[in-house]
Design a protein around this ligand. Structure first.
Ligand code: ADP
Ligand code: 5GP
Length: 203
């Protein structure tokens, strides 16, 4: 049975990382798709776990040799998904979580239409700004750029399969867990596996 694909999008600062950590920790079947990026590593991040941090030259080489299933340039940095890694994982039956912007989400849905798209929203724009500021590590220019980009991203939320509002963290987390559980129960996912057992002529 091929693995499930979950794509998560959220304006920067919404709390996606905060929610994905416990979601993944509580569900051994979920694997995180580690993107390549040219953005500098934040102190809390680990190379090879949160991202593969690469130089602009290496990113260009990956992009130009077709190694990326999708990629975007934003905030002046490159972000991209490894094609081989995705294909290997999906064929191997792993359930994958992708953290992508809306352009990446659209591209991945085109390649894997069975994927479940989830958009996480902040409770308000004011709270988004507070969280982004509170996280620290951004100069005023990058903070402003991320807020402008976040507002534009929110306009894309309407075509996602599910919306989760990250107001109370525990509520948002349990909603994400419910979406993952529901996707795994879809007939299209389970029936091909069950059919031989129930449609056999000998029983
Ligand atoms: P993202 O990965 O979406 O950019 P983070 O997970 O880094 O965002 O969260 C941004 C900031 O908001 C962090 O300081 C985090 O502790 C805080 N935060 C996340 N979720 C909540 C929440 N439900 N309520 C209050 N603060 C939150
Ligand atoms: P950050 O710099 O805050 O980690 O991420 C910035 C934005 O890049 C987020 O919206 C995140 O979802 C997006 N992103 C991270 N990796 C990828 C990727 O491989 N492809 C695309 N399209 N977006 C990505």
């Amino acid at each position: 049975m091929p693995g499930e694909i979950f794509v998560i999008t959220a304006p920067s600062g919404t709390g996606k990382t905060t929610l994905l950590k416990p979601l993944m920790a509580a569900d051994a079947r979920l694997r995180f798709s580690i993107s390549y990026t040219t953005r500098p590593r934040r102190p809390s991040e680990v190379d090879g776990k949160d991202y593969f941090f690469v130089s602009p030259e290496d990113f260009r080489r990956l992009r130009d040799t077709g190694a990326l299933a999708e990629w975007v340039e934003q905030f002046g940095y490159g972000y991209g998904t490894s094609r081989d890694w995705v294909l290997d994982m999906v064929r191997g039956g792993g359930d994958l979580i992708f953290d992508l912007d809306s352009r990446g989400a659209r591209a991945l849905k085109g390649e894997f239409p069975q994927g479940t798209l989830i958009f996480i929203l902040p409770p308000s724009l004011e709270e988004l700004e507070r969280r982004l500021q509170g996280r620290g590590g951004l100069d005023p220019e990058e903070l402003a750029r991320r807020l402008t980009n976040g507002r534009a991203e929110l306009k894309e939320a309407h075509w996602y399969d599910y919306l989760v509002i990250n107001d109370d963290k525990a509520t948002a987390l349990s909603q994400l867990q419910a979406i993952v559980a529901a996707a795994r129960c879809r007939t299209s996912q389970l029936w091909p596996q069950l059919a031989p057992q129930f449609l056999s002529n000998n029983t």
